[in-house]
Ligand binder design. Structure first.
Ligand SMILES: [Zn+2]
Length: 419
């Protein structure tokens, strides 16, 4: 049993892989509300048709998690595959040129809400898991599969719940196929600090500025002052600073996440997402509330940022600030030169001809829950196309490449012949 045999089997069944993804996309699982029961049924049907035992862990009945694991023939490391089944909502479907749940195939792409984030990736891990399960006698160690719910709203009933309640899903390493693009491997992600600021003043007639301070003007001043957060510098090991400064790494970041991404990948950013103030144009507002979404890079702690925020607020006694705890998480990183990065990069290159580079992510994923437990977690997934926007799609060639890369990386990690 060799990697060549594994590849040949995966290649021979391409039509089945595509049919499974199409069925998965046609099972709507928008979050909110987050009900993934239809999508979980598709996954369970796929696994049982191939003789793979699986179970459902559902701390909430409408948010099932499909899990499975197996042992190889000999002792060895434990690897976990993780992917989510819930997807962004569609809303009024304005701007969609196809039914958002069509799974239509055209021009080498499959279309539908959630196909890129991340049903293609989750399906790829499930397929890879299935083909390794069939070949488990050739492997060492063990492999686990976690197809979860609730990623889009924080993981409380999904990955986080599994890790808190069953050490079976920890493993020695985790791989995931969130849409990072096939020219990157993601080894870290920024943390999120969400804050609600409230400014209170007496309020007055709009012509009587001598009577009251303006809550909206104080808020405007504070918002400008908060931009100083973006000047905070993370403390990173020199080798990582040097790695992130390499021209090919910067170019890969800009190519994968848009021009300018490399410049903020290791820096904090501030977004003021909402502002509410005032009843009428000729009244001085007596209150203003605004929300900030601060993204914190690896090497900078949430506490350091919060200290800076509080110091800036201290200039304005009219201001109070509250942390949105459920939506705030520290940054999370694994080693950018962990052996799994090399395994993923070599195997991806053997499949696609492109050697992916290790990069941090800007957005949040379930990988953080493994990284918080000091379990290395890495992402290799398809290129995001219209993620969280109308007309989401995935390149079918990339979907097939992700299946092979996940299968071959797990094969090698668990003692199969390397590339
Ligand atoms: Zn996702």
């Amino acid at each position: 049993m060799t990697r060549t045999d594994l590849l040949a089997a995966l290649d021979a069944d391409q039509a089945h892989h595509i049919a499974f993804l199409q069925e998965f996309v046609r099972a709507p699982s928008p979050n909110p509300p987050g009900d993934t029961q239809l999508a979980a049924k598709v996954v369970l049907r796929y696994l049982s048709a191939r003789g793979v035992p699986a179970s459902v862990v559902a701390p909430r009945a409408d948010l099932p998690n499909v899990v499975s694991d197996f042992e190889g023939a000999h002792p060895g490391p434990r690897l976990i595959f993780n992917g989510h089944m819930d997807v962004f909502p569609v809303g009024a479907a304005d701007g969609w040129t196809r039914d958002p749940w069509s799974g239509d195939i055209a021009d080498g792409h499959m279309h539908g809400r959630g196909v890129t984030d991340m049903k293609a990736g989750t399906a790829a891990s499930i397929i890879a898991y299935t083909y390794l399960h069939e070949r488990r006698q050739a492997l060492n160690g063990s492999l686990g599969l976690t197809a979860v719910s609730d990623e889009e709203t924080g993981g409380c009933w999904g990955s986080r719940w599994l890790l808190q309640n069953d050490t079976r899903w920890h493993g020695d390493c985790m791989i995931n196929a969130e849409p990072g693009g096939i020219s990157t491997i993601r080894f870290a992600e920024k943390g999120t600090l969400r804050l609600t600021f409230t400014v209170k003043t007496a309020g007055a007639h709009g012509a009587y500025l001598h009577k009251s301070e303006s809550a909206s003007r104080i808020a405007a001043s504070l918002i400008c002052e908060l931009a100083a957060i973006e000047d905070m510098s993370p403390k990173l090991p020199p080798e990582l600073v040097n790695y992130l400064a390499q021209p090919d790494v910067c170019a890969a970041a800009d190519a994968a996440m848009g021009p300018g991404a490399a410049a903020i990948i290791a820096r904090p950013t501030l977004n003021i997402g909402t502002i509410h103030a005032g009843l009428k144009v000729n009244m001085i507002p007596d209150s203003c509330a605004f929300e900030a979404d601060i993204r914190i890079p690896m090497g900078l702690s949430t506490q350091d940022v919060m200290d800076k925020v509080l110091a800036l607020c201290a200039r304005h006694p009219q201001v109070s600030v509250a942390v949105q705890e459920a939506a705030s998480n520290p940054s999370a990183s694994s080693a950018h030169d962990h052996p799994m990065v090399g395994i993923l990069a070599r195997n991806a290159q053997s499949v696609t001809g492109v050697r992916p580079l290790a990069l941090p992510s800007l957005g949040a994923t379930d990988c953080k829950f493994w990284r918080y437990q000091h379990i290395p977690a890495f992402i290799f997934g398809p290129t995001p196309k219209n993620m969280a926007a109308p007309n989401e799609s995935v390149d079918i060639g990339e979907f097939l490449a992700v299946i092979k890369t996940h299968a071959l990386a797990a094969w090698e990690f668990l003692g199969g012949d390397p590339v």
